[in-house]
Design a protein around this ligand. Structure first.
Ligand code: GLC
Length: 799
């Protein structure tokens, strides 16, 4: 136990006893004798905000992370006091505030402690910059585990680790290297079957220590700003993620093609090269929806220009690619070349849109074009200007989507890799230095990009991709994990990073498949594709200076394997789209580490490799060369091996065979998995029937299929098709009920139901309680039933 004297010695200050308490509707203010004010706001029954002021003064309340549309409201709220503490009670939680120390404790209604202050809030005055270093320390509970925190390339359970949030261009980063490209100061704690989350909404550099320095303590602190955090209660982990996502927002549904396979490289040019790549996809019948143009399409790396020698007529080229089913995605960076004859530069100078240093000159830094100035995206006027710059690209030339890169912002040839800390920012009317604006700079850039792209691809849906991110960026853009390396270790990292990002509210994420730096061999590439098709954003990208990284670059055997897996992704599109719909609507993470799938099973708490894709597909990548399979943990319940329908009982480790053409893949018993036919790109085929792979189970299981036009906004006005299936299995009977919602009429009329693992021979089939002739619904025999899509109940009974 650290004593107060020790603390003072270290320069820390801490609150003393409460002298005043005030309630204002859902807010409670506790003031201490030495001028600390704790503001507690009840956001929802399971979401509580804690905010601390020193010297009686809060800073203006402003957050880029919090979604202005986040829902609020509680069903019960009460505050009482006894001799030693105040007690705030919601329908889910009790918050105790200690009268002597201002320390807090959160418990469930039964009094089980979920989270409690150790030293609680304390601070150190910052004489160099002004303000405080604000700190919080919590007691680490017995057996507590920690998850979340964005893109950290380290073991998924953060217990015993210390991490830092300062968005950084970290080329060819290594395992455990930190910080990386994202700042997502949100973690999930799990102990005694209870899970909660903490989101420290502070855009300064933040640090988190998960029982690293002292085993009994978990703490977090920031270089400035306020101690301002949100507490979310589960008790289930997925509810914690949902509550966090509800606060910081989820993206709207992307166009369905964004869920296809995408091909990128630094760089495809000139036009003939782009066309050649596109042609090879079609010739080799490898599905692909998008081709990316990296910086070399620009004229001397000037954003919003074209190198006309390489791309003489971009509009025509994009149009021709479109006719062949390819969308074109272009890169835009934040650095604007200092060039008096360049119109973007001129406009920014005329309007005073560039960031300035403390003493007045424009902030300068080297990036691809040489010396650049950087727009201050934290100024709403600059964002509006930036959004408008996309008009010509999207509306006239026909570009489909945009990726924003280097938006940390990355600056070359300086040890800090970014803007000087004295750089000034508008911060939406709360002028600040770069210390405060750094972590949100890329987010505000991509927010402006999103506004512009959305405006000018309308009535289509936008797709925007970002490299840098702060909490809440998921509302505007998908993301990738930056410049990884073509090594087996990086395949492991990619797997952990994607799961972690999903647990951090950021599900629309992918890695540079195959690795950005260096060159994978065919085996690594194939293994990475096998994993990558189960990531929400699925794109091959590489630095291009070590050789080719297209599906056909590694010989015929690998090409065939890669094709097979990309085809599987296209078959699974309706399942993936339904996952996205859930994420977008409810904040449900698209990938679940198995601890989030079954937190009560303590064997899952330290697993890194296995994850659930959506809600019913278990995936576990092969992460080393020459493997014929691997040991993996199968979560509790019954699972079908996807490749041979063998049923395995979970709750244990198992050796799973997976030669180079397979990945360990299991389907939850009882699941109904929707599939489309393989298409070379989204929309190539009219879907004539929906395949439903039904995996028999005894008992009940729910499955969902969400569909809509795949683009445009009609779904917001009810033009969607939602099918909820309830499977009920018995030893001699299988019933599937369907509950439908929405006004979208799908093109197909029939379901092709493929029955897996049916334990009996079919004797009778009933549709909506009427017996039908078996030959009518099972014309081809086998276990395939073809029925009209509108049934409400299908019953199959044994002979
Ligand atoms: C950065 C990006 C990478 C891109 C390159 C050139 O390294 O992370 O994806 O290819 O810049 O634009």
């Amino acid at each position: 136990m650290i004593t107060n004297t020790e603390l003072e010695y270290k320069g820390n200050l801490y609150p003393n006893h409460i002298v005043d308490y005030v309630r204002d509707k859902d807010k409670f203010y506790f003031t201490t004798e030495n001028g600390v004010v704790l503001e507690i706001t009840v956001i929802q029954d399971r979401t509580i905000r804690f905010r601390y002021a020193t010297e009686h003064a809060f800073q203006p309340d402003f957050s880029y992370a919090v979604d202005p549309n986040a829902s609020r409201g509680y069903s019960h709220l009460d505050c009482t006091e006894n001799q030693t503490e105040y007690i705030i009670e919601t329908a889910r939680l009790k918050v105790l505030v200690d009268k002597k120390t201002l320390r807090t404790q959160v418990s469930d209604l039964k009094g089980n402690i979920i989270n409690e202050d150790e030293l609680g809030f304390h601070w150190e005055e910052n004489y160099e910059y002004g303000g405080n270093t604000v700190k919080m320390s919590k007691i680490t509970q017995n057996t507590e585990s920690f998850y979340g925190m964005g893109d950290k390339a380290t073991h998924s359970n953060l217990k015993g680790k210390r991490v830092c949030n300062w968005v950084t261009d970290q080329y060819a980063y290594g395992k455990d290297q930190d910080p990386l490209y994202k700042a997502i100061p949100f973690y999930i704690g799990l102990h005694n079957g209870q899970s909660y989350g903490i989101f420290f909404d502070n855009s300064f550099r933040t640090d988190f220590d998960f029982a690293h320095e002292r085993r009994s303590t978990t703490s977090f602190w920031a270089d400035g700003g306020e101690m301002n955090y949100y507490f979310f209660y589960g008790p289930e982990m997925h509810k914690v993620v949902k509550a966090y996502t509800n606060l910081t927002g989820a993206p709207e549904l992307p166009p369905l093609w964004a869920m296809g396979y995408h091909q990128s490289k630094w760089s495809y040019f000139p036009e003939s090269n782009v066309k050649d790549i596109a042609k090879q996809f079609r010739d080799l019948k490898i599905p692909c929806d998008a081709i990316y143009l990296d910086i070399d399409y620009m004229d001397g790396f000037r954003c919003f220009t074209w190198d006309k020698t390489r791309f003489p007529d971009p509009k025509r080229m994009i149009n021709e690619l479109s006719e062949d089913g390819f969308k074109t995605v272009v890169m835009i960076d934040p650095g604007i070349k200092i060039d008096k004859d360049y119109w973007v530069y001129q406009e920014a100078v005329e309007n005073d849109y560039f960031c300035k240093r403390a003493d007045g000159p424009r902030m300068k830094g080297k990036v691809w074009p040489g010396e650049c100035n950087f727009p201050d995206f934290t100024n709403p006027e600059v964002r509006e200007w930036w959004a408008e710059l996309y008009k010509e690209f999207m509306a006239e030339i026909g570009v489909h989507a945009v990726w924003n890169d280097m938006n940390e912002p990355a600056v070359m040839e300086v040890p800090t890799k970014t803007a000087p800390l004295d750089t000034r920012h508008d911060y939406d009317g709360h002028p600040s230095s770069h210390r405060k604006a750094h972590n949100v700079y890329g987010m505000q850039m991509v927010r402006a990009t999103y506004e512009g792209v959305k405006r000018y691809v309308y009535p289509k849906r936008p797709l925007v991709i970002t490299r840098a991110a702060y909490s809440g960026t998921q509302r505007f853009a998908s993301t990738w994990t930056g410049d990884n390396v073509a090594t087996w270790e990086h395949l492991w990292i990619a797997n952990v990073q994607m799961q972690r990002m999903c647990m951090s509210g950021y599900s629309f994420v992918g890695s540079d498949i195959g690795g950005f730096a260096e060159q994978p061999n065919g085996e690594l590439f194939a293994r990475w594709i096998q994993l990558g098709i189960f990531h929400p954003f699925c794109r091959v990208h590489s630095s291009g200076d070590h050789g080719d990284q297209e599906p056909w670059s590694f010989g015929k055997e690998i090409t065939d394997i890669v094709r097979k897996f990309i085809e599987l992704r296209y078959e699974l599109l309706p399942y993936l789209y339904t996952m996205f719909w859930r994420y977008s609507k409810e904040g449900t993470p698209m990938l679940l580490p198995i601890v989030c799938y079954d937190q009560e099973d303590t064997q899952t708490h330290f697993r890194t490799d296995e994850f659930i894709f959506g809600e019913q597909i278990l995936v576990c990548p092969i992460q080393e060369p020459n493997a014929k399979g691997r040991r993996m943990y199968i979560p509790r319940g019954n699972w079908y091996n996807f490749w041979n329908d063998e049923v395995v009982e979970g709750g244990k480790e198992k050796w799973v065979v997976a030669d180079i053409d397979k990945i360990p893949l299991f389907i939850k018993a009882g699941a109904i998995i929707p599939k489309y036919p393989v298409q070379q790109y989204v929309g190539e085929l009219e879907i004539k029937e929906l395949v439903l792979d039904v995996y028999f189970a005894e008992g009940a299981e729910n499955s969902t299929v969400y569909e809509d036009a795949g683009d445009g906004y009609a779904y917001e006005n009810g033009k969607y098709s939602l099918r909820n299936f309830k499977l009920l299995g018995k030893t001699n009977e299988l019933t599937i009920q369907q509950f439908k919602d929405g006004a979208f009429i799908t093109n197909y009329e029939t379901f092709k139901i493929k029955l897996h693992g049916l334990p009996f021979k079919i004797g009778e089939v009933q549709l909506d309680n009427e017996k039908v002739a078996i030959e009518d619904v099972m014309p081809n025999g086998g276990n395939i039933i073809i029925v009209n899509k509108d049934f409400t109940q299908l019953r199959i009974t044994a002979k």
